[in-house]
Design a protein around this ligand. Structure first.
Ligand code: ARG
Length: 393
């Protein structure tokens, strides 16, 4: 079996080693992808890692619990099916999660959660890095077992090709002590004061990350420190990925007081081009790596929907507008109503495929979140030859 690290040293390119699982970045031509499903979805419970709120409701209004309504599930599933048809018409093989009863409670020796969430956002849990599938440890109790609906697929890929590597990252305890007490109640002034410390609802003691805090740029894996990914999580990723030739690069967005998942903040579209969020600039200095390697950072236009007009149970921001899915280096799927972004993408020479997706928003995300790409054509390239990377000693 080819060691990608050795290949890289020889020629700056990490070799494709599997015909089944192969995805090194967010933009190469897409061949196989998992699209989430709203079947069996429940409302996310309140827990130390999450305090869901009904949008525009007076403080203290309880967030609903238990299963989502059949109508809401149908509406989301219809839009997910629209995405599936579009992908299939572009020649992509689409796979779906297995049915799962998310109304089941979760109990481990360390915690209990009244119910689970859903399988709409495989992106949050699963990531392909080259020929490897990694299941994230996760940061919330209700999502502890969210890998389960994807296990049949993982076994299928793993059985189909001995070169497929499958890793489950260490599960944190998710005990009370893993969370920072009081985080949700900090007044805004305190958040502002603490914005450069990057301390959120999870402490630094255990390995915590969600897969969606990473963005893949070939040899470089960019990872956001957030409410859902802590420094121990980033260290684990470094120790795991560096020996394979990857460079893991932490990034920070100090103006995002509730950061979770990088794909509404910093979205690479093709080599040399990242779509950036004008409300969430990179920490000063972190842009240098991109600029020194001739990457352009282009701000997304204002979303068409204000934060106050997002669906009432949606916990994400208006920047779901930026959560596009690339199916090739010049082909992007974009939410139907986001005309200003579509205009920008046309100007940047992309072919744009609009699809309606707003009914999916209350399940945790938009087009990128609701998918997990398993195979894209191509190999791992070094897009940052000008850099001084400090590997772990
Ligand atoms: N926290 C992000 C925002 O509001 C939403 C991220 C959704 N991404 C995902 N992979 N579920 O702006």
């Amino acid at each position: 079996m080819t060691n990608p690290f050795r290949t890289l040293k020889a020629g700056n390119r990490m070799q494709q080693v599997s015909e089944v699982v192969n995805s090194w970045n967010e933009w190469d031509p897409l061949e196989e992808i998992v699209v989430g499903s709203a079947d069996g979805a429940n409302f996310e419970p309140t827990e130390p890692g999450n305090r869901p709120q009904i949008r525009n409701a007076p403080p203290g209004t309880p967030f609903p619990s238990g299963p989502k309504s059949a109508e809401a599930v149908d509406r989301a599933n219809e839009e997910l099916a629209g995405l599936v048809s579009l992908l299939e018409s572009e020649g992509v093989r689409v796979r779906r999660p297995a049915p799962h009863d998310f109304s089941q409670s979760v109990r481990t020796p360390d915690f209990e959660a009244a119910n689970q969430y859903c399988a709409v956002c495989p992106r949050d849990v699963m990531i392909t890095i080259g020929n490897e599938i990694i299941e994230a440890p996760m940061s919330r109790r209700s999502r502890y077992f969210e890998f389960q609906p994807y296990r049949e697929l993982v076994y299928e890929y793993w059985n189909a090709d001995p070169r497929v590597v499958w890793t489950t990252a260490p599960k944190p305890s998710m005990a009370d002590k893993m969370y920072r007490d009081g985080f949700w109640d900090w007044p805004l002034a305190e958040r502002h004061e603490r914005m450069h410390s990057f301390e959120f609802c999870v402490t630094q003691d255990e390995v915590v990350f969600d897969a969606a805090d990473m963005s893949r740029f070939g040899r470089d894996i960019v990872v956001q420190e957030s409410m859902t990914t802590n420094r121990a999580g980033i260290s684990w990723l470094k120790r795991h990925l560096e020996p394979k030739g990857f460079r893991v690069r932490p990034v920070h967005f100090p103006l995002d007081f509730f950061p979770s998942h990088i794909d509404c903040t910093f979205v690479p579209l093709r080599p040399g081009l990242v779509l950036t969020n004008p409300d969430r600039p990179l920490r000063e200095g972190e842009e240098k790596l991109f600029l020194a390697n001739d990457w352009e950072l282009v701000d997304a236009p204002e979303p068409t929907t204000g934060n106050d007009e997002m669906p009432e149970f949606c916990q994400s921001s208006k920047w779901l507008s930026m959560n596009v899915l690339s199916i090739g280096p010049n082909k992007v799927i974009c939410e139907q109503q986001e005309k200003p972004l579509q205009e920008l993408l046309y100007k940047l020479d992309f072919e744009v495929f609009p699809v309606p997706f707003r009914n999916v928003f209350e399940y945790g995300g938009s087009l990128h979140c609701a998918t997990w790409d398993v195979r894209r054509v191509g190999a791992g390239e070094d897009y940052f030859p000008n850099s001084d990377y400090q590997p772990l000693a």
